[in-house]
Design a protein around this ligand. Structure first.
Ligand code: ADP
Ligand code: MG
Ligand code: ZN
Length: 596
């Protein structure tokens, strides 16, 4: 995976900065190399690991942005091992800490964790170790809550500092301290006082979140404005990114999915990500009954059963894991060849992490996302209560419907990956670039149709029983276009249902439309209403969207009209799509997944 990562840093001359820190002639360098080989039993460093280790060993504040699986843990574990004193690691999840502790124990590294489930005796023991200069404790993991809420612990830390035993503060998943991030944890804010209390302490922050607003915010909160910032490229050159239209009919879809896996990835390891636990169970069953070795995995399964499934997958006894986002943390199978999204993720960031589990070995791998209109609104009823839920959701919707821009570029832009943006290439490793090469994309002015969308909404706006779901809206637009076009060519673009859906989503993401959520005792229903910019549309003369069109079909309108009719029929049956059953869904959906 990472042989292609190019290191960089913020500000200054990038190459200078990394090459300055990439050296092996520091006083600690021999120890570093020895620890890598003999204690961690690794051959060589991955990009930016040595740089980070050197910065933090020189007592300089540092922040590292590296994709999940890049190897951030080693950046603080190795310095901790060769240093005297204790490295304090703040980590948001007990399960994350336990994974790391277990790993460290197998390497005979002395590490402990302090969290709410520790016994009194154990707490006492650790508190003693902290201030005992003969102790061999190297790494202490704590939750942010421990720091923010325990005065006794802070008191011990202060003593540890005075004794010169508090070597560095590591903040793992450091994006959790920013409200701009996707995983804000109020107690992370408390970390802001650390620099005040311990001015000599060096801080190392690590995350896979790279949006600029988050990075700036973190620096401010932690008081580390002068830190050295390292950022790895997020590009995964060996993954082919693709979005496929998901059939409305479920039977049809599962057949397509099964065929895809059988034909394209025979006997190969992969993951299918599903929206809910129930869906993952169903899909696993459906794939199994079609001759694919598939097992499901979700948070409600119990730890033993989950590790059993995981183990079988690692050993290739099962080919496909059908999972919710609970299948994430610590998944490091090198030869996972494909990640299929049964429906869209809740953000582009989540999608990147999930699809990134394919091709860790650097060999060709596939990310295939099955997209359908209804899934957007199924997701939105789940995420709209989160602070940035809808914004995040629209980032992945944009990825799904933007069939002109390189998928890699969309990801790079999202992560501010200027390294890739400056010199990266896709090499036709995404469907957008491939389609472009085949010249199928057409820029279509759908100004009239956009007005029609708003017109239909206006007609229904003041009657509460006439509120429209997105699905209904799309259907009405389609039938209006069809009936007008029967008499004359009022809407010469002849948009089909998929294209109308793309139009509606584009309007939604650009504030011409807005989602409007209503609670009933059992579900959340999402309606579509005019958005903030709806009135601006009148003043524009054009509204462009990019569509994949086969040229000769556009000329032969009759053919298209017939296609449209067929699709209307198909579409009109599963109307329930949008009204997600809130209650049952809430406990069904895995909110516990990782978004490192
Ligand atoms: P991150 O925290 O960035 O998501 P981890 O620190 O959990 O990543 O590391 C991911 C995997 O990479 C782990 O299995 C780890 O053992 C492995 N790894 C880390 N550094 C190296 C290295 N230099 N060589 C080989 N494997 C490594
Ligand atoms: Mg990590
Ligand atoms: Zn591309």
């Amino acid at each position: 995976l990472l042989k292609n990562l190019m290191p960089s840093s913020s500000g200054g001359n990038k190459n200078d900065l990394t090459s300055n820190w990439n050296r092996a002639d520091f006083e600690w360098s021999p120890k570093v190399q020895k620890a890598l080989n003999e204690i961690f039993k690794l051959e060589k460093f991955r990009p930016l690991q040595l740089e980070t280790i050197n910065v933090t060993l020189s007592k300089t504040d540092c922040m590292v942005i590296m994709p999940t699986g890049g190897g951030k843990s080693l950046c603080f574990q190795l310095p901790a091992v060769i240093d005297t004193g204790i490295t304090l690691v703040v980590s948001p999840l007990v399960s994350l800490m336990e994974d790391q502790l277990w790993m460290l124990k197998t390497l005979n590294i002395n590490a402990e964790t302090l969290n709410s489930s520790c016994s009194k005796e154990h707490v006492k023991y650790i508190q003693n170790e902290m201030v005992d200069k003969n102790s061999n404790l190297k790494i202490l993991y704590v939750t942010p809550e421990k720091l923010a809420k325990s005065k006794i612990f802070m008191n011990k830390l202060q003593k540890m500092y005075e004794l010169g035993r508090f070597k560095r503060l590591v903040v793992d998943e450091v994006h959790c301290c920013s409200t701009y991030g996707h995983d804000f944890r109020p107690d992370y804010k408390f970390l802001g006082v650390m620099k005040q209390l311990f001015p000599e302490l060096s801080i190392l922050g690590l995350t896979a979140t790279a949006t600029q607003s988050v990075i700036d915010d973190i620096k401010k909160i932690l008081n580390i404005s002068k830190c050295v910032l390292f950022k790895a490229s997020f590009n995964r050159p060996n993954i082919f990114y693709e979005v496929k239209q998901k059939p409305v009919n479920n039977e049809e879809f599962i057949n397509e999915l099964a065929n895809l896996i059988k034909k394209k990835f025979p006997q190969q390891s992969g993951i299918v990500y599903c929206f809910s636990q129930r869906e993952s169970e169903q899909v696993a069953q459906d794939l199994s009954s079609r001759g694919i070795k598939a097992d499901c995995y979700h948070a409600n399964m119990g730890a033993t059963e989950r590790s059993k499934v995981h183990y079988k997958w690692l050993k290739n006894q099962v080919h496909v894991i059908v999972a919710t986002i609970a299948f994430g943390m610590g998944i490091d199978k090198q030869n996972c060849r494909f990640v299929i999204h049964h429906s869209l993720s809740k953000s582009l960031e989540n999608f990147y992490q999930e699809s990134g589990r394919a091709g860790r070995d650097g060999e060709p791998a596939h990310s295939i996302l099955f997209f359908r209109f209804g899934d957007v609104f199924r997701q939105s009823t789940m995420v709209f209560t989160e602070q940035t839920g809808l914004t995040n959701l629209y980032s992945i919707v944009n990825y799904c419907i933007n069939n002109k821009t390189c998928k890699r570029k969309l990801i790079a832009q999202h992560f501010n990956d200027d390294i890739w943006e400056n010199k990266g290439e896709c090499n036709e490793m995404c469907d957008s670039c491939k389609n472009k090469a085949q010249n199928q994309i057409e820029k279509v002015d759908v100004y009239q149709e956009a007005n029609l969308v708003l017109g239909i909404l206006d007609k229904n706006s003041n009657k509460s029983d006439k509120r429209l779901t997105a699905n209904k809206l799309a259907e009405l637009v389609l039938s209006e276009i069809n009936s007008k076009n029967k008499k004359s060519d009022t809407y010469p673009n002849n948009l089909n249902l998929n294209e109308i859906e793309t139009l509606i989503l584009t309007m939604l993401m650009n504030n011409y439309l807005k989602e409007d959520f209503h609670f009933t005792p059992y579900n959340t229903i999402c309606y579509v209403i005019p958005g903030q910019l709806a009135r601006h549309l009148e003043h524009d003369d054009h509204f462009y969207i990019d569509l994949i069109r086969k040229n000769q079909a556009v000329q032969n309108k009759k053919i298209i009209r017939e296609e449209v009719k067929v699709e209307t029929k198909k579409e009109s049956s599963p109307k329930k799509e949008f009204t997600t059953k809130k209650r049952s869904m809430v406990d069904e959906i895995d909110l516990s997944g990782d978004h490192e």
